[in-house]
Every structure is written in C-alpha cells, then in structure tokens.
Design a protein around this ligand. Structure first.
Ligand code: DGL
Length: 272
C-alpha cells in the first residue's frame, strides 16, 4: 500500500479497542518499542463490541480512526478482534494511504499456520465468531485443520469490571472451557484482546497439553516489521502516551491501573 502523505518517524501510533483490552497490545508496544508514542482510544461508551452488529462496529471504528488520524498517527492498530474482523477492510478502503493499518487477526492466523496443528480451539466475542474471519482464513491456508470456535460473551465485560483471578471468573472460565468441542485441541487461541488478562487462569485449566496463544506479541512483531520496512521506527525519545475514553467510568480507570504500570492520565473525549 502506498501512503499518500509522507509520514515521519516521530508521529504517534494510534491504538484502539472497545475498552481496556487493547491496552494489552499498547502495553506490549510500549515494552518492545519504547520510543514509540501511543495515542490510545477506548470506546467505553459502546462496550462490549462483541454484542454489536458488524455495521455498528464499522461505524464506531470509522469515527475513532478519523479522531486518531486528526492527531497525526502514522499507524493505526485495531487492537480489538471484533473490530479487526468487522472493520479492517472497510477502514483500509475508507482511508486509503492515510496511515498503515494493522489488525490483530492476521498475525495470529499466520502463527497457527506455521505451527501446523491438527486441531485448535478459538474463544472470542460473538461478533468475532459470527464473522467467521478466523475460521475462513485458517481454512483457506490449511483446509485439514480442525477448528472448534466458541463465543464467550461474558468474558470481556467480566474482565472490564475487574473480575479476574477470582472465584467468579474461575467458574465462568471453567464453564466455557469444558465445552466438549474442545476435546483433543493442541492449542487455544485467545481471539479477544481482553483475554490475555485471564491467560494464567486458562493455562491453569488446560495444563501443559494445550498451548495458549494470543495475538499480542505477534502483532507487535508485525508492527515493528512494517515500521522498519518503511524506515518509520522512532529513534528518539518519545512524548508521553495519551489515553482517551469515550465514556469515563471508575471501573475502567481502576482496571487500567491494575495492569498498566506507568502513571496513566485518562482523558474523556466526547466523540459521540
Ligand atoms: N477486546 C475486544 C476484542 O478483541 C472486544 C471485547 C468487546 O468489547 O466485546 O474482541
């Protein structure tokens, strides 16, 4: 893809999700590419995306990306599987050449293909499972791969409310994962950016026999490769990251602080 504007290294990276899930990706960018400035947008006014129609998600994404492009982002990271599944192609078409677009689905699909499994499981929001994007992309590249896909709609709102690593979350997780279709899987894909926050609970459920994969690190590698290829990696000290939410809630702020170590200033931006 040719960029119409000439981007420069110091421009920020825009990262967005429905809520705190995308912070798992932002956090990984911050650790692996510490010179990159991040502008994060959590669309808390519309959380959870997983229950919305594809058209509604596309509409939210168009507005958020416009907001991030107005803030001069060189790259837009759709740090949400539901949004990546529903809106990635639309965004690339709607903003041609205005920034580099990264989704969280493709890096995970590529990893699965490289590993050459026979049977895998996928857990994600209803929107992601219904879109069939993972199943279709995997089928196209490895038709013999068996895929057991399960929508787990309680997980993202539960995590957003700070319910993880406790008795309530354990019961919900066990209930989902004991699904019969997951028998014999070699790997489980956490196809929602909220789920790395309950990764240890999921690993605990399956034990060593099942590899648990999420897209965070593979997405950051993809981001790094794409910026390097265009000579757009920032090699100087960055400005402070900026964090915006479309609806301020105390639980969002508290949950955010739980796993984002740096001091974090949340701004409410009335995009809607
Ligand atoms: N973190 C999101 C995802 O990866 C969405 C969760 C939600 O808002 O339903 O799908």
């Amino acid at each position: 893809m040719t960029l119409t504007k000439t981007p420069h290294k110091k421009q920020p990276i825009g990262v967005f999700d429905s809520g705190i899930g995308g912070l798992t990706v932002a956090n990984a960018i911050n650790r692996h590419l510490p010179n990159e400035e991040i502008i994060y947008f959590g669309d808390t006014a519309h959380l959870p995306y997983g229950d919305k129609s594809a058209d509604a998600i596309r509409y939210y994404c168009l507005k958020i990306v416009k907001f991030l492009l107005e803030r001069d982002c060189k790259m837009i990271v759709i740090a949400c599987n539901s949004a990546s599944s529903a809106a990635y192609n639309v965004l690339v078409d709607f903003f041609p050449g205005e920034a580099i677009f990264v989704n969280v689905v493709d890096p995970l699909v590529e990893t699965v293909i490289e590993k050459d499994y026979r049977k895998i499981g996928i857990i994600a929001t209803k929107a992601t499972i219904r879109s069939d994007v993972y199943q279709r992309k995997l089928r196209e590249q490895q038709p013999t791969l068996k895929v057991a896909a399960l929508a787990t709609p309680l997980l993202a709102p539960m995590i957003e409310e700070g319910y993880f690593h406790n008795k309530v979350s354990q019961v919900v997780i066990e209930n989902y994962l004991s699904n019969k279709n997951f028998e014999g899987i070699e790997a489980l894909l956490l196809a929602c950016t909220h789920y790395p926050l309950i990764r240890s609970d999921i690993e605990g459920f399956f034990g060593k026999g099942v590899e648990v994969l999420d897209s965070t690190l593979f997405t950051v590698k993809d981001i790094e490769n794409r910026l390097r290829k265009r000579d757009l990696l920032n090699d100087e000290k960055r400005k402070d990251h900026q964090f915006y939410v479309s609806d301020y809630t105390q639980s969002f702020e508290e949950t955010t602080r739980l796993f984002y170590n740096e001091h974090l200033q949340l701004d409410h931006y009335a995009i809607w």
